[in-house]
Every structure is written in C-alpha cells, then in structure tokens.
Design a protein around this ligand. Structure first.
Ligand code: UDP
Length: 324
C-alpha cells in the first residue's frame, strides 16, 4: 500500500516524503510544480498533476494502491491571500474538496492535513492549545480552517479518519543536506535573513519594533522541518492503529523574536549585515507560541532540533549549498 503525498515537491512535503521512504513506506508524490520543485522529489513515485482536475487525481488512485493521503498542497502567502482571496479559496478549499471526493470514490478514508497556527488568529493567550478559539485574521488561515471543518463533517458522515496538524513556523532544512526551503518568492524570515548574511539582499527589515514583547519585535515558534516530518510518520501510525480523528499543534514551545533570529544568524554565519527597523506588517499577530503537549502525549512526538541556532545552522548549510 502507498501513501499519496499531495504537494510532496514543496518544502514540508518533500521532507515528509524522504522520511516516509526511510521508514519503508511506498510513496506517490502528486504536485503541479507551481511552487514545488521536481528535483525535491528524490524518493518514491512522482505524478505531475493538479488537484483542480479530479480526473488527474482519479488516475493516481487507478494506478497505485493508495491507503492514506497526506495533503500539503496549498498556497501559503498570507499577504497575497488578503489581496486575492479567490485564489486561496479555490486552491485551498475547492481543490481539497476535489481530493476528498475522489478519496471517497476509491474507498480511501485516512488523511493527514497540513493546517496552521494562522487558524487561531490573534490568540487570547500563549502557549496556544488546540481547544482555543479559532478566529483567523486572513483568508489563508480561513481557508485552512474551512478544510478542517470539512474534514470533521467527512469524519462524522462518511467515517473518514483524519489527523489535522497545525504547524507553527516551519524552518530549517534536512540535517543531511539533501533538501531544503526553496520558495519563490521568499517571504519567510529565516531565509531572508540568510540572504542578507550572504549578500544576496542589501538588508533585512524588521517588521515592527514597538510590539509588547521583550524586545519590541514579533515572537514566533520556529519548528524544525525534520521534526515536522517525524510528526507525520507518527500521525500515520496513529491513524493506522485506529486512533480517533484529532487536531494537533506542532511547535517547539519556545518563542523567538525577530531580533533574536537575526542574532542567531549573525552567530551561526559569522557575518554582519544591515538591519533596517521598519513598520509593522499588516496582519501579523504579536506572539504565536504553541503548546505541543497533545502531540507529545497522543503521538509520542518529541522535537529533536529545538534550538534556534541549530535550526538556522541547517538552513544556512542548505543556503550555501544551493544559493537559495
Ligand atoms: N519578518 C520580518 N522581516 C521579514 C520577514 C518577516 O520582520 O523580512 C517577521 C514577520 O513580521 C513575523 C516573523 O518575521 O513577525 C515571521 O514571519 P514569517 O513570514 O517568516 O512567518 P509568519 O509568522 O508570517 O508565518
């Protein structure tokens, strides 16, 4: 039996594909390569296709004995989701529904879904636990929350089993250096700071210095992509052992500010670069730090690379190797 990885040519999906193969699973990556990279699919089978075309999804189910699906394929630029919500609701919600409909038709009812801490919006308190209110403040977060709701209804009505994984800030790269983060355009903090360190950018802008945090910059929970990959393997095992459908936060429970990330990059790279203090970026919550107690208790998950310097070090090695 095989695991279908929708969006497996992307950043997180490619790391999960590697880990699944290492654990002896057969995988089929399905990706339209809009943001994914063909060269990131180094393991398993690859099918180029788009979830907007149900016929293409059906072909995968006709060809391979798919036993479970991991669904990473989504657009994830928060700012763009505000200016072009239609693009996000079609790609992230309608296409997920296309996938679920085909899964039903072929009797496949196990799914691991990539959700996000953006579904919580501006949290009332941190660390955030799974039972806290979900009031997303941008269409990206709203689109993910809609799919969460659809999955709950599919579970209730059609007996689907799901694990919804709400990622905090995915960061770092494969510790063995085979794959890493290659977004184009890049909007994430760590790769942009690395670009400043390597001279590919003239500076790094700190979006907001007057937040009510210890140094005035936003605080995020950076979680190593290899630790996220481990959690997917455990979630699959959990569903295969008839675990109840559940939502899990995946973060490393440490808050790191933007200025602290910059400090870590200076230390790891040994390079100095220009830091420009800038205005707040619209739509940024002040602090997002997750509690991962539930994933630890129910999945037996333990993040291995919790230190921000280690996360930055792995990202830097990838950056130096590839020029990204
Ligand atoms: N950020 C920044 N400068 C940049 C990019 C990001 O100061 O050039 C900040 C951003 O405002 C947020 C944090 O870094 O507080 C993490 O942003 P990122 O886009 O990496 O992830 P997000 O938390 O938005 O998912």
């Amino acid at each position: 039996m095989a695991v279908l990885i929708c969006g497996g040519a992307g950043y997180i999906g490619s790391h999960v594909n590697k880990m699944l193969n290492r654990k002896g699973h057969e995988t089929v990556v399905f990706d339209n390569l809009v943001y994914g990279h063909r060269e990131a699919v180094k393991w398993g089978s690859f099918v180029e296709g788009d979830l907007k075309n149900p016929e293409e999804i059906k072909t995968v189910f006709e060809t391979y004995p798919i036993d479970a699906v991991m669904h990473f394929a989504a657009y994830a630029y928060v700012g763009e989701s505000v200016t072009d919500p239609e693009k996000y609701y079609f790609n992230n919600v309608v296409n997920a529904l296309n996938l679920l409909q085909v899964m039903r038709k072929y009797g496949c009812d196990k799914i691991i879904f990539s959700s996000t801490c953006a579904t919580y919006g501006e949290p009332e308190q941190v660390p955030i636990t799974e039972d806290m209110p979900q009031n997303p403040i941008n269409p990206y977060g709203a689109s993910k929350l809609m799919v969460e709701r659809i999955l709950k209804d599919y579970s209730q009505a059609y007996g689907f089993d799901y694990a919804i994984l709400r990622y905090f800030n995915a960061a770092g790269a494969d510790p063995e250096g085979e794959i890493g983060e290659n977004h184009d355009p890049e909007t994430h903090l760590i790769p942009l700071v690395l670009d400043a360190a390597s001279g590919r950018r003239s500076d790094i802008k700190v979006f907001g210095t007057d937040y009510p945090t210890r140094d005035g910059s936003c605080v995020r929970d950076y979680i190593h992509v290899a630790d996220l990959a481990d959690a997917h393997i455990l979630a699959l095992k959990y569903l295969q052992n008839n675990g109840m459908s559940e939502c899990f936060n995946l973060g490393n429970e440490r808050g790191t500010s933007v200025l602290e990330v910059i400090k870590a990059v200076r230390k790891v790279t040994g390079k100095d670069f220009k830091v420009t203090l800038a205005e707040r970026r619209p739509g940024d919550p002040v602090t997002l730090v997750g509690s991962s107690d539930k994933a630890k208790a129910m999945l037996g998950w333990r993040p291995n690379y919790v230190d921000i310097e280690t996360i930055v070090e792995h990202a830097w090695k990838w950056h130096e190797k590839t020029g990204w």
